[in-house]
Design a protein around this ligand. Structure first.
Ligand code: AMP
Length: 404
């Protein structure tokens, strides 16, 4: 179902527009490590203020378990950075409920931007418990009462029902007020949704990372949708065990071997596993390594896909028209086991005529390291959320937005 977006909002001028953004950035001693998420929220904020709206921003930052956490996880430095990026004054309010906040909102002029304090400050020191993270309906209603319209632009939390996304949207709709998707959320829904539901074919999925158990839902869902599913990374070796190959000391989830057998049977030649691997005698960058085909020898663990696997994967990918990639092909944090992941990232960056989508987390880090991010069609901002989307699950944050 298509969702309403900021472009569907009428008469923004003078209106108080609540915007749920994802400002959950890495921060240490008040210094922001990476401001990508703030930058990603700019188009929606800019649209609202350019049209004379008053942008009231809400976001969570980290997890709040004690008062001590509040010192490190204030949004104050984020508001300051946003001001630099927008090149205008941004008001920061050091609370997210009560008189100080309400007075600041009432004093806003058209086109002004206000950031209220971390929504997860509501997760402690109250009778409800985690009011934000467990979606206390009263909190959602309170926040909704502060605005005339609601825009959800936080894809990274769309797989969670929080007061600041689902709670506000529900309360707005109950009061016949708009609850729409921001540009970033719209883009995520478009690319991930179209890739899975109406892909241009051939559609190839590449799944890697550590554990089969984290990605079973995705593998199953994509096996039904994609023309080929390439599996690499640590989860490969549970599939190896299922095929009766030896795995040495490689990562294997014993309790998932049966399931891997079923998937192999069901998938037939749709499932593509690496034919060779780089194996190491210990989990370290300076380990003794060898490249082996098939069986992993005793005393060795497979930490990357091998050159034949890279060539075969590239052969599968070369004619693809839609590619979705989630998870590294090896322990890419160590240079000696990063080749497979980097090769795939580079290949995708140079694959012309295809829609290429990278689904969050470590694979995003890999494409950024390579500098090929700009050559890909879409890099999802949500790790967990993009995985759940690829599993075919309904994301509560998106479901709560008004349909077209
Ligand atoms: P995930 O969060 O499931 O995408 O997993 C990412 C992690 O998987 C990274 O930290 C990788 O180092 C790890 N990983 C990838 N391949 C392997 C492997 N062959 N053995 C152990 N860990 C791996």
């Amino acid at each position: 179902m298509a969702k309403q977006t900021v472009a569907d909002l009428k008469d923004i001028k003078g209106k108080k527009v609540l915007v749920r953004v994802d400002f959950n950035v890495p921060i240490k001693d008040g210094v922001i490590g990476d401001d990508n998420r703030i930058v990603a929220a700019l188009p929606t904020i800019q649209y609202i203020i350019d049209n004379g709206g008053k942008a009231i921003l809400l976001s969570h930052l980290g997890r709040i378990k004690s008062d001590e956490d509040k010192k490190e996880l204030t949004l104050k430095p984020v508001a300051a950075r946003l001001g630099e990026l927008l090149n205008k004054d941004v008001t920061f309010v050091a609370s997210n409920e009560g008189q100080e906040l309400e007075d600041a909102i009432n004093a806003m002029t058209d086109g002004q931007v206000l950031v209220m304090e971390n929504t997860r400050f509501q997760d402690i020191d109250n009778d409800f418990g985690k009011r934000e993270s467990k979606n206390d309906p009263k909190l959602g209603e309170y926040w909704a009462s502060l605005g005339d319209m609601f825009v959800n632009d936080a894809f990274g939390t769309a797989h969670r029902a929080h007061a600041s996304n689902v709670g506000i949207a529900t309360a707005m709709k109950a009061n016949n007020k708009p609850a729409v998707a921001g540009y970033l959320l719209e883009k995520e829904i478009k690319f991930l949704g179209e890739a899975v539901d109406a892909p241009e074919r051939p559609f190839v999925a590449i799944l890697g990372g550590a554990k089969v158990s984290d990605k079973i839902g995705v593998i199953e869902h994509l096996l039904a949708k994609a023309d080929k599913v390439i599996v690499g990374g640590g989860m490969t070796y549970t599939f190896y065990a299922a095929k009766g190959l030896t795995v040495g000391n490689s990562l294997v989830e014993e309790d998932k071997i049966e399931l891997a057998k079923e998937l192999i049977e069901k998938a037939g030649d749709k499932l593509v596993l690496p034919v060779d691997n780089v194996v190491a005698d210990k989990f370290a960058n300076d380990a003794k390594t060898e490249t082996v085909e098939g069986n992993i020898p005793d005393g060795y663990m497979a930490l990357d896909i091998g050159p034949k696997a890279i060539a075969e994967f590239e052969n599968v990918l070369k004619d693809a028209k839609t590619v979705v990639w989630n998870g590294p092909m090896g322990v890419f944090e160590m240079d000696n086991f990063a080749k497979g992941t980097l090769a795939i990232g580079e290949f995708l960056g140079n694959l012309s005529g295809a829609t290429t989508i990278v689904g969050g987390g470590d694979s995003t880090a890999a494409v950024k390291k390579l500098g090929v991010g700009d050559k890909l069609t879409h890099i999802s901002t949500g790790g967990g959320a993009s995985l759940e989307y690829l599993e075919g699950k309904t994301l509560p944050g998106i479901a709560a937005i008004s349909d077209k």
